[in-house]
Design a protein around this ligand. Structure first.
Ligand SMILES: [Zn+2]
Length: 451
């Protein structure tokens, strides 16, 4: 059995400190015992017969903290698939399968931003109790929504589907009840659907689903019960009200304005944009068939978000990198590091600031053990990546986790063998006969597929 590890290389520690070019990191047990310049390494560590990992040109950095995942969504191709199809037992098995892929991408901690059923809690606990491999999850329950929020997207004649990753709130009393119910179900955070979404409903970005007063009720009760409070807030008003009400985190905030930024600064609210979903959708050029709105709507939102979030960051609002992994445009294990690249290309962050946003800043979303991860520092848990090259020269290096030499979680190198590809069961999706209309062209006398 190993007595521990001595890693050597360039250290990016998760803070904004400049890298230590010739650094050393000592891992003993599940924790970091020492971090600093190799020249200052106390001699006692040389006598301890540690396994030495000293590969030329490598960078040592904290494991990634993904600020926005949905481990229960199973790479759903549509909201119907997510809300209506696939039995909960099979979905849970899928989530455990995918959790390993997420870890193998270098994500050692993650915030789950809304779950179907209570799958995220089960996945978190199955990993934390040592039964399955995956990141350390911090989880929201189902998001609290109303008729104007995300997820109440089926006709009023239908009952709200139990598999939907939201709970429908009809009154202020139900708001309080839903929070207490979820806390009993062991959530770490309360998530609110504060606005709708281009993915589901076109041109729905103007207003807020909940009033300022309702946001205040939610923040007060969540905090009273010791839970983090976060919100899906694409629209201006939802971002503003949630920040004014004292929410801890805004997801997206694409249309935040000066007033909203001011409220974030006043109430110490962070923003987790998750632009990866929008950029991937644009690139995949499949938005027409994925939802109600067009590629143009995504392009407009990316442009607005780039300008508004750049302003927020420059004003001093911390940004957190999250991937939105779980939907089909962002499959698990593949895109977790892309947000850092987008932060540099769209929001003007330096690569070091982007890494900070995907490590130490993101621990603000992890109330249970945020102080134990996200930074290479003696005493913290040894979640460490050993990466070829220098991500400060090329941030995209971090998007190729297959090339990492090691991924340590809790002082142990994780198993890097990719899970065998899985097949889809017929019940995982709604059955589309044909993706379009097969119209008859009378002049040509032939049929033609029309979208
Ligand atoms: Zn999400």
């Amino acid at each position: 059995m190993t007595k521990g590890y001595l890693l050597k290389g360039r250290i990016i520690d998760g803070t904004l400190n400049p890298p230590v070019e010739s650094g050393a990191v000592v891992i003993e047990g599940e924790r970091l015992a020492w971090v600093g310049p190799a020249a200052d390494l106390p001699p006692m560590y040389l006598d301890r017969e540690l396994d030495v990992i000293d590969l030329p040109g490598r960078t040592l950095m904290p494991g990634l903290v993904d600020g926005h995942t949905h481990i229960s969504f199973g790479e759903s191709r549509s909201e119907e698939e997510n809300a209506l199809y696939t039995p909960v037992e099979f979905r849970t098995a899928k989530a455990l399968y995918y959790a390993k892929k997420v870890l193998q991408a270098g994500v050692t901690s993650a915030f789950d931003a809304a779950t179907s059923y209570n799958i995220a809690q089960a996945v978190r606990d199955a990993i934390d109790t040592g039964m399955f491999e995956g990141p350390r999850f911090t989880v929201s329950g189902k998001q609290l929504t109303n008729h104007q929020g995300l997820e109440d997207s089926f006709p009023n004649e239908m009952q709200f589907p139990p598999g939907q990753s939201a709970v429908l709130i009809r009154s202020r009393e139900e708001l309080i009840e839903a929070i207490r119910f979820q806390v009993k179900d062991e959530v770490d955070a309360i998530k609110v659907s504060g606005s709708n979404d281009n993915l589901i409903t076109p041109d729905s970005l103007g207003s807020s689903a909940f009033t300022l007063e309702e946001f205040q009720i939610i923040a007060k009760e969540s905090h009273r019960l010791g839970r983090l409070c976060s919100v899906h807030a694409r629209s201006r008003d939802s971002a503003l009200y949630a920040a004014q009400a004292g929410f801890d985190n805004l997801f997206h905030a694409s249309y935040i304005d000066d007033e909203g930024i001011e409220a974030c600064l006043k109430n110490k609210c962070v923003i987790t944009p998750t632009l990866t979903l929008l950029v991937n959708l644009m690139e995949a050029k499949q938005s027409e068939s994925l939802g109600a709105s067009s590629t143009d709507a995504f392009r407009r939102e990316i442009e607005a978000a780039s300008a508004n979030l750049k302003k927020a960051f420059e004003a001093g609002v911390p940004l957190i990198a999250g991937s939105e992994s779980g939907w089909s445009p962002v499959p698990y294990g593949q895109w977790h590091a892309r947000e850092m690249e987008i932060f540099t290309t769209h929001l003007g962050l330096t690569p070091l600031q982007a890494i900070h946003a995907n490590t130490l800043v993101a621990t603000r979303l992890l109330p249970r053990y945020g102080h134990e991860v996200g930074k290479l520092e003696a005493g913290r848990l040894a979640d460490v990546l050993v990466v070829p090259g220098n991500p400060l020269d090329d941030i995209k290096i971090l998007q190729r986790p297959g090339s990492f030499d090691y991924i340590f979680k809790g002082g142990k190198p994780i198993d890097r063998t990719p899970p065998a590809p899985r097949k889809r069961k017929w019940y995982e999706r709604h059955k589309i006969f044909l993706n379009g209309l097969y119209e008859f062209d009378q002049e040509a006398g032939v049929g033609r597929l029309v979208q």
